[in-house]
Design a protein. Structure first.
Length: 469
């Protein structure tokens, strides 16, 4: 098992030896002859946090598994059940999970209504950096494998993962998988590459941003006599922490602040730094984690009284200088930043991979979400990652398993308006195109509603057959 990973039990283990041939041959080599393991619940997942941290570092996703306990205890995770799906080398499901056997993993959260498990799953990070942990060459494939696995226990699944190019190449699903999938790509800019010195780092920023960092740092120093405190935790009492929160620009609930504070200040790899005025008052605080040469700023808060001095900009100048002195090469900001320095951040991409089962309820649901968003001015569901991913009315759903591979008749369902009115023996009938395979289907009345007849799938509908769509 290795020194960091205690024994564990798995809820389930599934052997998979064959996948559709993906585009990249290296992906086929990486995932051929592997199996999937499923951990459910906070205790089982946290038992492997050290292994997960080491694995993230091994594949270059530094700090992405630090603060795992924080994410599992955060407000987003409350009233949700966490599931960790791991792709493991070999077909022996009883073999110990080690740094060498682990190929990738995905952390899902299942939404709950009171005590009811909904079967709706989503990863918990819209940037994708801490949701799908896998080498870049197989990250899309690991996300697809994990989402396929979790879909068998639910109705809909979202796996958000980071991509350098935004390409969907490599996504493939098990041959027997039923359902539909869609994907969308979003631009993400959330990290700054640091130079060997502070001045060399500033040279990478725009002229105006460089000027502001220097100017506002001098103004804040002149007005407050402040000092940058690299290790601020020993100097902050619980009452001071509450006071900082109340006087900050964006106060949050004290329970969340306490969780953030302890996760950064007391756990291995964490850091808490701040800017303190000559009178002892705290002007800024920031916390996060460091691993190798990467630092992640998970959260930051600034006092509201010095808004006219652009305290945030001044604090960023101190923070960058300190990180350069530590030898940090990548400074990442969780969720990105609205600061002008973002224009110097490297452009990457987050891919939202969505899988769902077929059926009229889910077909209605995915069409309803964009309409609700339009009705409520884009405010509906903000912060709910699954709803956010379904906001677009441009999602194009495709079969997980192409029609030629389906062993059974296509069940079909309707997502479109009537395509044609036909008359037979003096009676008029509605004629639809199946949203799954494109074949013209006549409905039958079943269970009080109109349902499509089961039919042989149409393997390659031509334009004339689908001209009304």
């Amino acid at each position: 098992m290795g020194p960091h990973c205690p024994p564990h039990t798995f809820e389930s283990a599934e052997s998979v030896s064959a996948f559709p041939a993906p585009i990249d041959s290296s992906i086929e080599m990486s995932l051929d002859g592997t199996h999937v393991r499923h951990l459910r619940g906070v205790p089982e997942i946290l038992a492997h946090k050290h292994l997960l941290e080491d694995f993230a570092a091994k594949i270059g996703q530094h700090t992405s598994m630090h603060g795992l306990g924080f994410r599992l205890e955060h407000d987003y995770a409350r009233n949700k059940v966490p599931h960790l799906i791991s792709v493991v080398a070999g077909l022996d499901v009883s073999a110990p999970l080690t740094l060498d056997s682990l190929l990738g993993c995905v952390l899902f959260f299942e939404y709950r209504l009171w005590s009811w498990n909904t079967g709706f799953f989503a990863t918990g990070d819209s940037s994708g950096i801490s949701s799908v942990i896998a080498p870049p060459g197989i990250r899309a494939q690991v996300a697809a494998r994990a989402a396929s696995t979790i879909l068998r226990k639910g109705k809909i699944a979202l796996a958000c993962f980071r991509s350098d190019s935004g390409s969907l190449d490599g996504i493939a699903f098990p041959a027997e998988q039923q359902g539909l999938w869609a994907a969308q790509v979003r631009g993400v800019q959330d990290h700054l590459h640091l130079g060997p010195t502070y001045d060399r780092t500033l040279e990478r920023l725009g002229k105006r941003t460089r000027t502001h960092l220097r100017y506002y740092r001098k103004r804040v120093e002149a007005n407050t006599g402040c000092l940058f405190i690299a290790d601020a935790a020993p100097y902050i009492s619980k009452s001071q922490l509450a006071s900082i929160n109340l006087t900050s620009l964006k106060p949050i609930s004290q329970s969340i602040l306490d969780l953030q504070f302890h996760a950064a200040a007391e756990r291995p790899g964490g850091f808490l730094c701040g800017l303190r005025a000559r009178d002892g008052g705290w002007l800024s605080l920031a916390g996060g984690w460091r691993q190798n040469h990467t630092s992640l700023v998970q959260w930051q808060m600034n006092a509201s009284k010095l808004q006219h001095l652009s305290l945030c900009t001044a604090f960023r100048a101190y923070l960058i200088e300190h990180e350069v002195s530590l030898g940090t090469t990548t400074l990442r900001f969780h969720g990105g930043t609205t600061h002008s320095m973002v224009h110097s951040f490297r452009q990457e991409y987050a891919v939202d991979l969505l899988l769902r089962r077929t059926g009229p309820f889910l077909a209605f649901l995915v069409r309803l979400v964009p309409r609700l968003v339009e009705m409520h001015g884009g405010r509906a569901g903000r912060g709910n990652f699954l709803v956010d991913a379904l906001r677009s009315n441009k999602l194009e759903w495709s079969l997980l398993c192409p029609p030629g591979r389906q062993a059974d008749l296509c069940p079909g369902y309707f997502e479109r308006d009537v395509q044609e009115i036909i008359e037979r023996k003096g009676a008029k009938f509605c004629k639809y195109y199946c949203a799954l395979c494109g074949r013209t289907v006549e409905p039958v009345n079943k269970d009080g509603g109109w349902m499509p007849q089961n039919h042989a799938p149409l393997e390659a509908p031509n334009e004339s057959q689908r001209g009304g769509m």
